[in-house]
Ligand binder design. Structure first.
Ligand code: CA
Length: 372
């Protein structure tokens, strides 16, 4: 539609409304001004509680939920508010899904790969080893049919899921000794959760799962030899460079972890349609905020880390090849034993393969030409 046509329609619409206002004023004695400008029905105020899986100190991630809350308040003129609570304030970080499902909170802010014990297919809502990058994950969820598929997976839990942002490709993490080849993974005590941990186990490592606050002391006293976390910005704040001097990359187990908002379905169904639209728009805006904050802050954090005598080292080709082989095998095994996983995997895998066929052309060539 041409802009002039659009404006014409708006003006015609406004005129009709004004005339209707006059007619009403003539009919029932109300003033013309009230009839034209006042909302028909005053909106009932809605207040939701959000439980996050993350601490406030992860300001890029938790900050995403704060953007959601700020935008919902602003767009609704204060009629719809969301109060954000960090992990542990209402429920422990890994119990957010249960809290939303049970209705203890209306909305959760979490990462779906925490809940693969409930359904392995939930991992696709977040990330899987050798999966999609942030942009590719967004393309799959928003334009490639991924969100519809994931909403089918979430439906039995009474949850409606929304993408909430992404860290981008994570780092491989912090190692006390450099991993020169695959043989160096044998017996390595590494903190790495989820499917990535399962693959590391197949590669010979001794896998441990520790909560965020327990990692630094374990690495410091030698209870673990290595840990992964997120990327330069978050890793710098936890100070891992003080106790491990090799920073490997890439984190092939978390190439584009997508965070999620979980909304309790019955709370959603009770929400006025306008507020549903506001929530959807605010969630999308917060997802962009989280990703762009990481992309803006990681480069300077990496420069800072390198000043502390840290060696930045890619995983060797044999480690990457074995990791990819075992990751693909793991996903195939899950697909063979879990029908829901298979349904998502069968749609997701060709999408991933086509994405890399494309991204390895212009994006990769351009990044290589400009780097270094
Ligand atoms: Ca990680």
């Amino acid at each position: 539609m041409k802009r002039r046509d659009f404006l014409g329609k708006v003006i015609v619409g406004a005129t009709t409304a004004t005339l209707a206002g006059v007619a009403t004023a003539c009919g029932d004695g109300a003033s013309q001004g009230d009839a034209v400008s006042a909302p028909v029905v005053a909106k009932k105020k809605v207040t939701w509680r959000l439980a996050s899986s993350f601490p406030r100190s992860l300001d890029t991630i938790f900050g995403g939920a704060e953007v959601l809350a700020e935008r919902v308040t602003a767009m609704s003129g204060g009629a719809f508010t969301i109060k954000t609570h960090p992990a542990g304030e209402l429920v422990p970080g890994l119990e957010v899904m249960d809290a939303v499902q049970g209705g203890a909170v209306q909305v959760g802010h979490t990462a779906s790969y925490y809940y693969t014990g409930k359904s392995k297919a939930l991992a696709f809502d977040c990330t899987v080893p050798f999966g999609l990058t942030a942009r590719q994950q967004s393309a799959w969820l928003l334009e490639g049919g991924g969100l519809e598929l994931m909403r089918e997976v979430f439906a039995p839990f009474g949850i409606l899921n929304f993408p909430a942002g992404n860290t981008g490709v994570q780092m491989g993490g912090w190692f006390k000794k450099k991993i020169e080849s695959l043989a160096d993974l044998e017996g390595l005590k590494m903190r790495i959760p989820g499917f990535g941990g399962k693959v590391m186990d197949r590669l010979g490592a001794t896998v441990q799962v520790l909560a965020g606050g327990d990692i630094f002391p374990a690495l410091e006293r030698g209870a673990i030899d290595a840990t992964e976390w997120v990327g330069p910005y978050d890793d710098l704040s936890l100070g891992f460079y003080k106790v491990a001097k090799v920073y490997h990359y890439p984190g092939w187990w978390e190439p584009g972890p997508s965070l999620s908002y979980y909304v309790n379905k019955s709370a959603w169904d009770k929400l006025p349609k306008e507020f549903q639209e506001i929530f959807t728009a605010a969630a999308a805006e917060s997802a962009v905020a989280m990703q762009t904050r990481y992309d803006a802050r990681n480069p300077t954090a990496l420069e800072e880390i390198k000043k502390h005598g840290v060696e930045l080292a890619p995983f060797s080709a044999d480690v990457m090849a074995a990791a990819r082989r075992e990751s693909e095998a793991l996903l195939e095994e899950f697909a063979a034993e879990d029908a829901t996983f298979k349904k998502v995997y069968d749609a997701w895998k060709p999408f991933r393969d086509r994405q890399f066929d494309w991204f390895s052309v212009a994006e990769l060539a351009y990044a290589q030409a400009v780097s270094g």
